[in-house]
Design a protein around this ligand. Structure first.
Ligand code: ATP
Length: 310
């Protein structure tokens, strides 16, 4: 039987009268990398914080490694790594002092050198934390999250503020941990990141899960896209499996049969000696699926102002 590491059944979490998470259920297996996606305010951080034991569930059942993250916090905490959306460091300490302070609180920690090597911060070891750039600060937080070789790693928007090279480095670190058997739950607004890293994703909207599955399964139902520019004097052809949208010189087809439609289009262009400027043809992406879902009206919208009660 598959080893379920994170179990969520009918989770609800309210802040005063406002219900931020409205009865979600999911299962995450050992070694899986699961990405929680959603628009701003969809309830991702709330969900992850309940799993981390930082907030209680209002109702429903949550288990991490078979334990209750709030009631069994002392047992769960050493086996999990947490990277919060807004970490809090003491700026006057150096990177080394910060890692050493955390090591003293951690069971079986990596050495300072190992963990800084892992996140590529070795050359910043003697710099004070308030002198780190935003992206370096995120990498230090990642170092602290993985210091205790966690079985389960929670990453809330881990690569926000990182440059493309640091982001890729972080992906490698996360993949390496996953190869070693770590289960990872990640939230991100970078859909490319989810598409590249995640075994499965869930998309949240207004406190509900509205889609769950492997990224390729979520995009499978959506059409591919062909785009190009064409002088407004030319009329682009009808394609058998596509709908066409023309906005001045920009032409977009949404195609259910990319190869056939593209062949037909190129035959038309070649026959008329027509140049299709900036021609691009690509299958649907997770971003297309996300934008589709985000654009749909939320039937459960509470039109309520959330109250600060935390
Ligand atoms: P983002 O992508 O912007 O980080 P999110 O999906 O992580 O969003 P949450 O931070 O979980 O969303 O917030 C969900 C909803 O709950 C939002 O409407 C937010 O304003 C509200 N909320 C979060 N924390 C509190 C709080 N302490 N008190 C009141 N409302 C809160």
């Amino acid at each position: 039987m598959d080893d379920v590491v994170i179990e969520v059944d009918g989770l609800r979490r309210s802040y005063g009268k406002f219900e931020a998470v409205r009865g979600i259920s999911l299962r995450i297996l050992r070694g899986e990398l699961f990405a929680l996606l959603g628009t701003n305010g969809a309830g991702k951080t709330t969900t992850i914080e309940v799993l981390e034991g930082l907030q209680p569930a209002t109702s429903g059942r949550v288990r991490v490694l078979g334990l209750d993250p709030v009631r069994d916090r002392a047992a769960v905490r050493p086996r999990t790594g947490v990277m919060l959306q807004h970490g809090g460091f003491t700026g006057a300490l150096t990177v080394r002092e910060t890692v050493e302070a955390w090591r003293s609180l951690t069971v079986r920690p990596h050495t300072v050198a190992e963990v800084l090597e892992l996140v590529d911060l070795t050359d910043r070891v003697n710099v004070t934390v308030d002198q780190l750039s935003g992206g370096e600060g995120r990498r230090l937080e990642l170092a602290l999250a993985v210091l205790g070789r966690p079985e389960v790693l929670f990453l809330d928007e881990p690569t926000t503020g990182m440059d493309p090279a640091s982001r890729r480095r972080t992906w490698e670190v996360v993949r390496e941990l996953q190869r070693g058997g770590t289960t990872v739950l990640l939230t991100t607004h970078y859909l490319e990141e989810a598409e590249i890293l995640a075994d499965r994703v869930a998309i949240m909207r207004g406190g509900n899960l509205v889609a769950t599955g492997a990224p390729e399964d979520i995009v499978r139902t959506l059409p591919a896209r062909i785009t190009f520019r064409l002088p407004a004097t030319e009329v682009p052809p009808e394609l058998p499996h596509a709908t066409r949208l023309v906005e001045s010189d920009r032409v977009t087809y949404e195609s259910r049969q990319l190869q056939g439609d593209l062949t037909r289009l190129l035959e038309w262009a070649n026959a008329g000696d027509i140049q299709l400027a900036a021609l691009s043809a690509r299958p649907a992406t997770l971003e297309d699926a996300f934008l589709d879902i985000a654009a749909e009206n939320d039937p459960t919208d509470q039109h309520a102002e959330p109250e600060a009660v935390r």
